[in-house]
Design a protein around this ligand. Structure first.
Ligand SMILES: Cc1cc2nc3c(=O)[nH]c(=O)nc-3n(C[C@H](O)[C@H](O)[C@H](O)COP(=O)(O)OP(=O)(O)OC[C@H]3O[C@@H](n4cnc5c(N)ncnc54)[C@H](O)[C@@H]3O)c2cc1C
Length: 397
């Protein structure tokens, strides 16, 4: 009797969040259309962190490297909007709001960072701020407006990326509800994946499993990847009387979100967590309010105390929110990498294994540049941005 045919693929992408979808999107654009690419997710596409987050597309100007990385990604987001659209892209810009006097001092510092990278951002006095956002508190001392940021609906963006990928390459297959359960190897070389729906023979796998990326590499008995879940609580309001038009964030958010974590990220109890408010306009006229940070493993129960503190800050900036009903609250898990850079590139101990994970609170912003970077590495063509700071092999030294 003939042996049953085993499915084969040129590439398997394991994890269908925004990063996996962006990887598939860029692989489809860069590799020949006969390349067989299979995207697997153990649940629905965009059913984990990428479906439980905000959609701020953010340029971070802290260093020239970070500026180049985030700004390149935002340019790719605009390209996707032209190519495909369908994900509620809004070029809102971002307002960094000051409250305390020490916040006001941060505004020119941040403005200089944008200027040092050849970009522009404008300091607004209270009158200019009210003109731009009439719903904000009249006593706010000022803000910095950066026009380059935007907002998207991440779940819809995953669908747009996959739609475009499948039109470009009809050999792209998307398989939700199909968990990776193991791998096949020959010496140090990957030869296949085992899945809930049967084995797939392949020489290349991209691990895009977000906070679960370490679980996949553990199946290959590799040293633990330094990626840890960092919980964030979110609230969405119904319509309110003075809807905001801009992505709003406290200027102190930058220090809070992009500074080093003050606690051991492997802790699952005892981290009190913190918050800096971040408010995002929704096309239905409501407001999405974040954003807290707390290490507590994979626990996704709401932290009411942190949520209430975030809401109090949000109402300080936009008092009209006090009257807005809360429609929904939820918790998402950011994939925090211990050196605060995502892991993007090959995993040298296992030939054929690639990693694209660990984007913490910037995974939506950085998904397109990540997809393009790893697709260029896999295709063996020069990379458009410097790959070195993101190579996962830095954790093997
Ligand atoms: C509260 C909050 C607010 C945020 N706001 C923003 C923001 O405004 N802007 C921004 O840029 N970023 C933001 N982020 C960060 C962003 O959401 C994440 O960085 C990003 O979604 C991570 O995407 P991912 O594809 O790596 O992971 P995920 O979306 O989690 O995808 C990984 C996928 O792998 C799958 N998987 C796991 N194990 C297996 C297996 N064994 N087999 C097959 N599949 C498997 C999972 O089911 C999941 O779908 C926020 C995050 C949170 C939590």
């Amino acid at each position: 009797m003939a042996a049953p045919m085993v499915e084969t693929a040129d590439l398997v992408v394991a994890g269908g969040g925004i990063v996996g979808c962006a990887v598939v999107h860029h692989l489809a654009q860069l590799l020949p259309p006969q390349t067989r690419i299979v995207l697997l997710d153990r649940g629905p596409i965009a059913g984990a962190t990428s479906g439980s987050c905000m959609g701020h597309l953010m340029v971070t100007p802290d260093t020239p490297q970070e500026y180049a990385f985030t700004a390149t990604s935002l340019a790719l987001w605009r390209e996707l909007q032209q190519q495909e659209g369908g994900f509620d892209y809004q070029p809102t810009g971002a307002l960094y709001l000051a409250d305390a006097p020490e916040d006001v001092e941060l505004l020119p510092v941040l403005q200089r960072q944008f200027r040092d990278n050849g970009d522009r951002a404008d300091i607004l006095d209270p009158a200019q701020l009210r003109e731009l956002e009439p719903g904000l508190a009249p006593d706010l001392p000022g803000a910095l407006f950066y026009p380059g940021d935007g907002v998207v609906l991440p779940m819809a963006a995953c669908a747009s990326m996959l739609r475009h990928a499948q039109r470009t390459n009809p050999n792209v297959q998307v398989r939700p509800d199909c968990a990776v359960t193991g791998f096949a190897t020959d010496g140090d070389r990957l030869t296949g994946v085992r899945t809930a729906q049967g084995p797939i023979a392949t020489g290349s796998v991209v691990n895009t499993a977000g906070v679960w990326a370490p679980e996949l590499t553990a199946m290959l008995r590799q040293p633990p990847l330094p990626i840890h879940p960092r919980a964030g609580n979110l609230v969405v309001t119904g319509h309110h009387s003075t809807p905001i038009k801009t992505q709003l964030l406290e200027v102190s958010y930058l220090r809070f979100a992009h500074g080093a974590a003050q606690v051991d990220p492997t802790r699952t109890t005892g981290d009190p967590g913190g918050h800096a408010v971040n408010m995002q306009p929704q096309t239905h006229g409501g407001c999405l309010i974040g954003s807290t940070r707390q290490f507590r493993g994979l626990d996704r129960t709401l932290n009411r105390d942190l949520v209430l503190r975030s809401l109090a800050r949000a109402c300080r900036y936009a008092p009209g929110l006090r009257h807005a009903p809360i429609v929904r609250t939820w918790v998402g898990l950011r994939p925090y990498s211990v050196d605060k850079h995502p892991l993007i590139g090959p995993w040298p101990p296992v030939r054929g294994l690639w990693i694209a994970a660990g984007h913490e609170g910037l995974g939506i912003s950085l998904a397109p540049v990540t997809g393009r970077l790893i697709a260029q590495q896999i295709a063996g063509v020069p990379t458009a941005v410097d790959a070195t700071p993101y190579l996962p092999a830095r954790f093997l030294r």
